[in-house]
Design a protein around this ligand. Structure first.
Ligand code: 4NP
Length: 172
């Protein structure tokens, strides 16, 4: 997949789900860790948001924090935010966890150029198929769903980092 050209440096990525308490904080924490490990954190910044407003100001879901901590990630400082259409003028890539989030984001986008900056996280997952493009919502699930979700997110984020390296012409 070809990524949109940067509007500025650093390249700014936002991870987006519905509530911004489960999937997108996990995706933000994993991408932040991968960027730091790769020494790319000066070139790429990550944050996250939700299309819904119910959880604005809340910490990440305790189940998400627990599974992240067990795998060496940290989202303890996270506070949920709702996506603002202005984000399209400050972010290069808006990464949706599922098709509903992507549809909502494209509706919020002020123009076609902004809408083209919305991508699905799983489009970077080498193990996903054309009809398997979402990170399932674990909110009404159990711990297993959070563990499975994190594995999907890790695979997808690795693919995203590889795409960012190519796009930003970073060796590695
Ligand atoms: P997330 O999960 O979109 O991965 O943060 C959800 C969190 C809250 C709700 C739905 C999904 N909710 O309906 O409150």
């Amino acid at each position: 997949m070809t990524l949109p050209d940067p509007v500025a440096s650093p390249y700014r990525v936002s991870m987006v789900c519905l509530g911004n308490i489960c999937r997108s904080p996990m995706a933000e924490a994993v991408l932040a860790a991968r960027l730091a490990d790769a020494g790319l954190d000066d070139l790429v910044e990550v944050d996250s948001g939700g299309t819904g407003s119910w959880h604005v100001g809340h910490q990440a879901d305790a189940r998400a924090r627990a599974v992240l901590a067990r795998h060496g990630y940290d989202a303890d400082g996270h506070r949920a935010r709702q996506v603002d259409p202005d984000w399209f003028s400050t972010h290069d890539l808006v990464v949706a966890m599922d098709h509903d989030n992507a549809r909502t984001l494209r509706r919020l986008a002020p123009d076609a150029d902004a809408a083209a900056r919305v991508v699905l996280l799983r489009s970077f997952d080498p193990a996903s198929s054309a009809d398997d493009q979402l990170v399932p919502d674990p909110y009404y699930g159990d711990e297993r769903d959070f563990v499975d979700g994190l594995a999907i997110i890790e695979r997808s984020v690795d693919g995203l980092v590889a795409a960012l390296r190519v796009h930003l012409a970073v060796d590695g």
